[in-house]
Design a protein around this ligand. Structure first.
Ligand SMILES: [Zn+2]
Length: 295
């Protein structure tokens, strides 16, 4: 029986390989078959490969233990990797958009060959299969990251469906001599380019807000309060703040305890609060507990 982590790792490596193969096949077929939409979709898959690798590298860096120069650990390495990828996506998006738009205004409408059609159908099938597989696995091992990854594959499938519509209409246009239909292939390419840029903008925004140490709102800190309350010896929570540091959470909590107990006892209550919070919430990486006398 493979462990949860091994399954998760297998799923992400499988996703990277599938995207790599799709990027190469779609890139070649897009150029050979003269389809802007397919080339744009190939770039989309290629940027997915780069972003997945950056996340893996970032996670590895984030796991490095704290050192004297980085006493809070390396959690933010992950966000920096993500930020670089997001800038890359926007740049790639602009490039393919300009290319597609210039084809839209060219006097010669494009002629797309059947190979583009076969390849894009293959891409849709692969992406939908990956969505189904990862969605099931993510639900089974209770991994929000894999479920999110699954939905990314579904959105990739939709991107490929847009390319299919463009390629299909363009081919119909050349078969039935309706030249205006032949502009749908570069149009689909332009739409996919905008999707890629949007993806870059969105993950960049998330990375920035996490990098700027977001303090979590009440809704997301409530569960930490419940855990703290349950610890024996805690009379009252005076203050509880949680902030993100990279992908993990750091909690600052002030508790009130019986004023007549010893310092030693007060200290063990604080230690139990820290232990419980880290044990019950996997995202919690560190806890700072301040002890007040209860009056
Ligand atoms: Zn994608």
């Amino acid at each position: 029986m493979k462990s949860r982590q091994q399954k998760a790792q297998f799923a992400s490596v499988l996703g990277i390989f599938a995207n790599l193969i799709l990027a190469v096949i779609k890139g070649i077929a897009g150029v050979v078959g003269n389809s802007k939409a397919l080339v744009a979709d190939a770039f989309h898959s290629a940027s997915d490969v780069v972003s997945s690798i950056a996340v893996l590298v970032g996670i590895r860096a984030a796991q490095k233990p704290p050192d004297p120069e980085h006493p809070y650990g390396h959690g933010k390495a992950e966000n920096i990797a993500t930020l670089i990828v997001s800038i890359l996506l926007v740049v790639v998006g602009v490039e393919i958009l300009l290319d597609a738009v210039s084809s839209l205004f060219s006097p010669e409408p494009s002629e797309t060959s059947a190979i583009a059609l076969y390849v894009i159908i293959f891409s849709i099938i692969v992406k939908e299969a990956l969505f189904q597989y990862k969605k099931r696995l993510g639900d089974k091992i209770n991994s929000p990251a894999i479920v999110a990854d699954a939905w990314h594959h579904r959105s990739d499938a939709i991107s490929s469906v847009i390319a299919l519509a463009g390629i299909g209409l363009t081919m119909l246009g050349s078969r039935y001599d309706l030249p205006f239909l032949q502009y749908f292939d570069p149009l689909a390419g332009a739409i996919i380019a905008v999707l890629v840029m949007w993806m870059g903008f969105k993950i960049g925004k998330d990375a920035v807000s996490v990098t700027l140490e977001t303090v979590l709102d009440d809704g997301r800190t409530e569960k930490f309060g419940l855990t703290t309350e349950k610890v024996e010896g805690v009379k009252r929570i005076d203050l509880l703040n949680a902030r993100t540091h990279g992908s993990y959470v750091i909690i600052d909590v002030k508790i009130s305890v019986d004023p007549h107990i010893t310092v030693d006892e007060g200290h063990s209550i604080a230690a139990r609060v820290k232990e419980k919070l880290i044990e019950e919430h996997t995202e919690v990486h560190d806890v700072y507990v301040h002890v007040n006398p209860y009056h």
